[in-house]
Structure formats: C-alpha cells, structure tokens
Write a protein that binds this ligand. Structure first.
Ligand code: HEC
Ligand code: HEC
Ligand code: HEC
Ligand code: HEC
Ligand code: HEC
Length: 240
C-alpha cells in the first residue's frame, strides 16, 4: 500500500473498530450466540480468518453500530439480498475496496468488473476469496474457480504457481539478508525493491491479464534467485 492509502486504510480500520475491539458488540454477542446462520460464515470462521486476526470486525463489511448493545446494534444492517446493502453482490468490491484500495483499482480495469456491473455475471471478490475472505487459493483451486464460468483453461494455474514461486524466492532472499554476515546495503535495497515488485504484482493480478502476470512473476523469481546467489558468494568470500 502506498503512504496516503495506508493512512486512509488505517483511519478506516480505526473507525471499523480495530482499536475499539474491547467495546465491539458484534463480536461480544456473536461470539456467544449459537445462531441459525450461514455455517461457512460465522464467528468461528471469522476468528480463524485474516480479518479476525487483524481485528477487522463484522461491521467493517456489514455496517451496523458496534457501540450499541442488544438489537440496536443491528440498526442499518441490511441483508445481502438488498441492493442497498454493502454486501449486495455488485457492491462487494467497493466495500472490500475501502481497505484494499489498490486491488479494487486493478479489479476495476478488468472485464470482470465491467461484466459484474453490466450483467451481474462477472465474479466479485468473494467468488475467489470466500465471503469471510479467508481463502488463499491454491493454483488448482483457482483453476477450478475460473472453470465455474470459463470453458477453456484460462492459464490461472501456471500464473498462480509462478506468482507463488516468486513470493517464496523473495521471502528466502529476505531471510538470507537478515542472516547474512556481509552487511550489504545494496542487497538490502535489492530485496526491498523486489518486495515492492511482488506487492505490485499481487495487486495487478486483479486485472486478470494473466499472461503478463506469469512473465513478470518468472522474471521476479530470476532476479531474486540471482541476488540470493550473489549474496551467498559474498558471504562465502568473507568467511575465507
Ligand atoms: C445482542 C446480540 C447481537 C449483537 C450485539 C449483534 N448481533 Fe448480529 N445477530 C444476532 C442474532 C441472534 C442474529 C440471528 C437472528 C437474526 O437474524 O436476527 C444475528 C444476525 C446477524 C446477521 C444476519 C442477518 C440476516 O439478515 O440474516 C448479521 C449480518 C449480523 N448479525 C451482523 C452483526 C453486526 C455487524 C453487529 C455489530 C454492528 C451485530 N450483528 C451485533 C445477535 C447480535
Ligand atoms: C471481510 C468482510 C466480512 C466480514 C469481516 C464479515 N462478513 Fe459476514 N458477509 C460478508 C459478505 C460479503 C457476505 C455476503 C454473502 C456472500 O456473498 O457469500 C456476508 C454474509 C453474512 C451472513 C449471511 C447473511 C446475508 O445477509 O447474506 C451472516 C449471518 C454474516 N455475514 C455474519 C457475519 C458475522 C457475525 C461477522 C463477524 C463475526 C461477519 N459476518 C464478518 C462479508 C463479511
Ligand atoms: C475494514 C477494513 C477491511 C475490509 C472492509 C476488508 N478487509 Fe481484507 N484485510 C484487512 C486487513 C487489515 C487484513 C490483514 C492485513 C493484510 O493482509 O493486509 C486483510 C486481509 C485480507 C486478505 C489476505 C488474506 C490472507 O490470508 O492473507 C484478503 C484476501 C482480503 N483481506 C480480502 C478482502 C475481501 C474480499 C473483502 C471484502 C469482502 C475485504 N478483504 C474487506 C482489512 C479489510
Ligand atoms: C478471479 C479470482 C479473484 C477475484 C475476483 C479477486 N481476487 Fe484477490 N486474489 C486472487 C488471487 C489468486 C490472489 C493471489 C494469490 C493469493 O493470495 O491467493 C489474490 C490476492 C489478493 C490479496 C492479497 C493477499 C496476499 O497474499 O497479500 C488481496 C488483499 C485481495 N486479493 C483482495 C481482493 C479484492 C478486494 C477483490 C475484489 C475487488 C479481489 N481480491 C478479487 C483471486 C481473486
Ligand atoms: C462468476 C463467473 C466468472 C469467474 C469465476 C471467472 N470469470 Fe473470467 N469472465 C467472466 C465473464 C462473464 C467475462 C466477460 C465475458 C467474456 O469475455 O467471456 C469474463 C472475462 C474474462 C477475461 C477477459 C476475456 C478477454 O478475452 O478479454 C479474462 C482474461 C478472464 N475472464 C479470466 C478469468 C480467470 C483467470 C478466472 C479465474 C481466476 C476467471 N476469469 C473467473 C466470468 C467469470
């Protein structure tokens, strides 16, 4: 995330209750409630999700008033079937985008967004991430998700594998930089640069121009592996 966006996202998070977790009636009540609710999407799922761990409460996506207790907390809460609800299918991207602005920006450029707005037939964020956004898909699962709507293979599996490889290579380089005896500002800068490229790639992925994403990911892996080899050689040189 870039700086101004980060600040905006933090403001949203604070409003959304990250800092006010202690006084969050949604969580207090839903934690205890045994409800006839969607079993894929209840308190237990939330607690396990990235959002639960980051303290992004129910009202971050649903609205309502977490400062009230009892039924008043539900004031303004609308079911997903209501077009005015923040979780109505065509509103979901905007809602997620209050915090994930860069993914939303990329997604808006895609044929999927156009189709979602025009006919309702494009996927929205929840199609791939789950309604609690607790899914980080494997390449195989992703391919299966695409084939829900596309008959021919969309190249999602190789592209996501390449992306995952690139992420792993950048992470390995990061760990190596930390453990290195050669205190090398250039390698640190290279790692920071590659980490930025990775973040950009993850975000631009949401335009679904996957051929380009595949090539960029492969290039990124090469650069990270090269930097890693160079650092290994330098460390070995110092030990002699
Ligand atoms: C005092 C307990 C309590 C509090 C506080 C509470 N809820 Fe609920 N909530 C329930 C119960 C019980 C149900 C299931 C019965 C129903 O549908 O009304 C429910 C249902 C829901 C539903 C499903 C509604 C539907 O239309 O199917 C959502 C979404 C929800 N709550 C979100 C929230 C959010 C967001 C907050 C905080 C702003 C919150 N709840 C605060 C008890 C609570
Ligand atoms: C990251 C966003 C997000 C968070 C956090 C979240 N929800 Fe949801 N929730 C959704 C979306 C989107 C849907 C719409 C269902 C779908 O499309 O799968 C939904 C649907 C539901 C439903 C089904 C009712 C309906 O209107 O469709 C219930 C009940 C519910 N959520 C309760 C909760 C509770 C309780 C919490 C907190 C413990 C919570 N949610 C946290 C995004 C979220
Ligand atoms: C109120 C702010 C907020 C909203 C709204 C929100 N998120 Fe998040 N999301 C976060 C935070 C904070 C994290 C955890 C830190 C991070 O990875 O950036 C996160 C993490 C994620 C992750 C990473 C999951 C992982 O396991 O690494 C995905 C995917 C995601 N969100 C998708 C969504 C989707 C889809 C929606 C809408 C249904 C949504 N988010 C709504 C704040 C939000
Ligand atoms: C067609 C499937 C698909 C759709 C639609 C989609 N995503 Fe993603 N998203 C992915 C994949 C695949 C990744 C990258 C690999 C991973 O994290 O699983 C990803 C990554 C992310 C991440 C980063 C997770 C991390 O590891 O840091 C966030 C945040 C995110 N998406 C949010 C969104 C939001 C917000 C929307 C809607 C505006 C959205 N996504 C729509 C498939 C999708
Ligand atoms: C919910 C249905 C749905 C899912 C799931 C879905 N798509 Fe699509 N996709 C569409 C629709 C509808 C269009 C627009 C009509 C068309 O071009 O076929 C589209 C268009 C596209 C396009 C643009 C086509 C072009 O020729 O410009 C690409 C690329 C694409 N999808 C890739 C993917 C990938 C990759 C996945 C899985 C990660 C995926 N889609 C998942 C419905 C979906």
């Amino acid at each position: 995330m870039s700086q101004p966006r980060l600040t905006a996202a933090l403001a949203v998070l604070i409003l959304a209750g990250v800092s006010a977790r202690a006084a969050d009636s949604c969580i207090d009540c839903h934690r205890r409630a045994v409800l006839p609710l969607d079993r894929e999407h209840d308190y237990a799922q939330w607690e396990k999700s990235a959002h639960g761990k980051a303290g992004v409460s129910c009202h971050g996506c649903h609205g309502g008033d977490p400062t009230r207790t009892g039924p008043n907390a539900h004031k303004g809460l609308l079911p997903s079937s209501d077009p005015a609800s923040p979780i109505y299918f065509s509103k979901v991207p905007e809602t997620c985008g209050t915090c994930h602005a860069e993914e939303l920006q990329a997604f808006r450029k895609s044929a999927h967004h156009k189709e979602l707005m025009r006919s309702g037939k494009g996927p929205n964020c929840v199609t791939c991430h789950g309604s609690m956004a607790n899914e980080i898909l494997t390449p195989k699962q992703l391919e299966t998700t695409c084939s829900l709507c596309h008959r021919k293979p969309m190249g999602a599996r190789p592209a996501l594998m390449a992306l995952n490889n690139a992420s792993a290579a950048v992470e390995r380089l990061g760990a190596q930089v930390l453990g290195s005896s050669a205190d090398s500002p250039e390698t640190k800068e290279t790692h920071a640069q590659l980490a930025r490229e990775r973040a950009e790639l993850l975000r631009d992925w949401h335009t679904f121009a996957l051929k380009g994403a595949l090539e960029k990911a492969q290039l990124l892996t090469k650069k990270a592996v090269a930097a890693s080899r160079a650092l290994t050689a330098r460390d070995a040189g110092r030990e002699k």
